[in-house]
Design a protein around this ligand. Sequence first.
Ligand code: SAM
Length: 297
Amino acid sequence: MPTAYADDTCDHGRQLNEHYDAATAGQTLLARLREAFLAAGRDPERLSRDDVAGIDQLHLGGRSASRALAALGELHGGERVLDIGCGTGGASRLLAAEYGCEVAGVDITSAFVEVANWLSAATGLAERTRFLCADAAGVPLSAGSIDVVWCQHALVNMPHVPRVLAEWQRLLVPGGCVLLHELVAGDNREPLALPVPWARTQATSHLRCREQLERAMALAGFEPLEMEDVTDAALAWRQEHSRRESQPDGTTQHPTALPGPALIFGNEFSRMGRNLRDNLAAGKVRVLAGSWQRGKR
Ligand SMILES: C[S@@+](CC[C@H](N)C(=O)[O-])C[C@H]1O[C@@H](n2cnc3c(N)ncnc32)[C@H](O)[C@@H]1O
């Protein structure tokens, strides 16, 4: 029923905006990040992609994981990409800068969209990336206007995956590709250690097991091409980052350091990271990277 959908979507959007913009304290995320770049001796209007890497890769493995996904999808350059749940836009900028893609990012968290647009302008990538605030189940783009749907760690936030996948079918050209780097439930079904970076409660975490994800993709009409379980590499990366975050000053933002994820997630971030590490190590969470094709018709 349309009304129920509207209510559910509203609730989902509000809950995510609260989750990802929790550290606000009377100042927008954009204003806080700009101040942090100034304090680190950077001009917030002229930044490099290295400068912003600490705040624009909100997934396990950082830029290496995005490059590996692009390799898995055999991106050659020039593709029209839709980055679903783009966050602050790091993967979109990577695909534009390193692969010459033309990227639209969509995210339901308005503070992230504002930051994504600013970071693209500041890094000189505004002409090849644009960001829209919308639910992935209703993207304001034309049917058949996208070659590649790209999605990293965002389905885990979504309660309405079949509707989102139907939207990917509408947006992709025949033969278009889906590239997914996603968190799924492992065999250990004990409750997650919480909070984790994507959720503070069990009810707002939408982890599905690999088989459920594969079935949902098949039901939506996508043919599997490749699938890799990248959990071991993700765990090693998370262990290393948790080790660094546990060093003196590792959990809080040093006043002159380049901004890191704690500026987005607040001081809870190191705990979220440790919980994610422990959930991965205990087999409660696994990480997949895969590609699918939309049928040619
Ligand atoms: C864990 S973050 C990952 C961000 C980004 N993909 C990255 O890897 O840096 C998940 C993102 O998905 C977004 N998201 C969740 N549900 C969404 C929805 N229904 N529509 C659009 N974006 C959504 C969140 O706002 C958040 O920015």
